[in-house]
Ligand binder design. Sequence first.
Ligand code: NAP
Length: 470
Amino acid sequence: MDMLIGGKYVTAEDTEEVKNPYDGQVIDTVPIAHLQTAQLAIDEANKAKSSLVEMSAFKISNKLLNVCEKLTQNREEFAKLLTLEVGKPINESLVELDRSIETLKLAAEEAKRIYGESVPLDAGLNGKGFFAFTQRLPLGVVAAITPFNYPLNLTIHKIAPAIACKNTVIVKPPTEAPLTVMKFCELLNEEFPDGVVNVITGYGSEIGDYLVCSPEIDKISFTGSVTTGLMISQKAGMKKVTLELGGNDPLVVLKDADIEKAVKGVINGAFLNAGQVCMGVKRIIVEEEIADEFAKKLVGETEKLVMGNPLDKTTTLGTLISEKAAMQVEQTVDMAVKEGAKILTGGKREGAFYEATVIDNVKPDMDLVVNETFGPVAPIIRVKSLDEAIEVANDTEYGLQAGVFTSDYSAAMRCANEIEAGTVFINKQSTFRTDNMPFGGFKNSGVGKEGIKYAVEEMTKTKLIGLNLR
Ligand code: NAP
């Protein structure tokens, strides 16, 4: 598949194979762009700015709805490609498609709601006799740099609000899974003027870095790891930056919790997309009194998961993005076992597959839970009290989302108030998001919020216009 720049398909001498992590088959190849091509994308995106600024919000909204309609018509085909390049079960890919369609609809609606406000200058000293109002204006060019795990929906979370508020976009998809996004951008390009959306493939450390450093880009909207996010924040200069980074989300299960519900929460939260979810359940903090019962029930449910060909509708656990990624998970779990943790089920790797693994007696200082383990692992940390549960939950550099299971409202409210995370769910695992909610973490999990309305706020600038009526 080729890059899309200024409405034209562009290739490069060097290419990279995109492989299916399930069977190693090459699905397609993509160009590895040179920096000159990145500059071309920047030029085209800048040239196209006026075409969007001149377009009415009504028209932009309708065009986004047309793209939405086309994506809906091609839902199955897109889902299949997504499964081929990421290795996630086809049913999960279909859910990602449904969410992508929803995200686009939300952006089409939001395009019609980009309001300023009147400002009472007479509330300030010497402000009597003025009338003032604000406008929300596009920033210009937004660069969207995105990760492999939910490549389509997470990219739409950037492109759709950017266009809704009249920014042009350059997308740098992940090298391991760029195809679904590239195909989606073709749909956008059929609707919008050339250069409104541009896609450039190549290595993040070169092409991504070039976009981040360019003074001709107005905003970097990045989703990915903390390491890359930190680098971007140091290099972006004066441009606006949104960073949606990694998570190490706790799931606190207190002694009065509905254990079945909490177990279900872990099955979804720790094993969805083979555990490669930023808001995945990565630390299960359980009160000692119920830990044995909880662990037993969790093992029972975990062993019902079906590992297999991700295209098969009965598969509930697919591969990781690559064999290398699965090996990293294997090493981290093995190290925890050496340090005293105990595998209750799972713990084996085959190629890019890693079994759904429940591991008990995990201590808060083990690598497995200090860093973000991006795989299907459910580590149980036993604690003696609510105080200790909150302390362990906060003992991390991350703060994306959190979940608490309890039937005690005062304990729930303490967790909600004291756990340092962008979202705390009561009686729901952290692995839950609707595409309109403000989403974004505290601490090293990021800067800024997504969720269409909130992304639009971060992709516009406010101008005040004041009239002297004295
Ligand atoms: P990553 O390695 O940071 O890569 C993300 C994107 O950044 C890719 O497109 C990558 O390109 C590019 N990139 C790499 N180095 C760069 C640089 N120096 N400058 C600019 N761009 C650069 O992350 P990942 O492994 O794909 O994704 C997994 C991580 O994302 C996890 O930590 C996960 O928790 C996090 N995540 C967060 C959210 C959220 O909303 N908070 C959602 C999903 C995932 P290449 O592919 O070419 O290297």
